[in-house]
Design a protein around this ligand. Structure first.
Ligand code: ZN
Length: 110
């Protein structure tokens, strides 16, 4: 199915295809304070439906992952790494993050 998501103000919106069977809660220095619940989507199954210019990005450590967020309202919608998107499932419309198992990932120790 196709999931729709976006930020609070509407400047950032996206669609992603797939089935959400679990989410990942990572305890690294960026995921933990942001409260990310991650759903990994192959790049080909992800579409940004608003203008790229609405996004700001933050990179740290190896700089491989762009942690993208809305420049206007600040909501963190997804990260973009090589070949995949890490969607913050909390920003999906009509999806209850408590409806699937949540897997802990020890990103802090990596
Ligand atoms: Zn926004």
């Amino acid at each position: 199915m196709t999931y729709h998501g976006g930020c609070q103000c509407g400047a950032v919106a996206f669609e992603a295809d797939g089935e959400i069977t679990q989410l990942v809660e990572c305890n690294c220095s960026i995921c933990k304070p942001k409260g990310y619940l991650l759903w990994f989507v192959p790049e080909a199954d992800f579409r940004l439906t608003t203008d790229e210019s609405a996004l700001s990005e933050y990179r740290f450590n190896t700089h491989k992952i762009a942690h993208q967020f809305c420049s206007t309202c600040g909501v963190s919608t997804f990260g973009h790494g090589p070949g995949m998107y890490a969607v913050n499932a909390r920003t999906l419309k009509d999806f209850d993050v408590k409806s699937v198992p949540i897997q802990a990932f020890d990103g802090a120790s990596r």
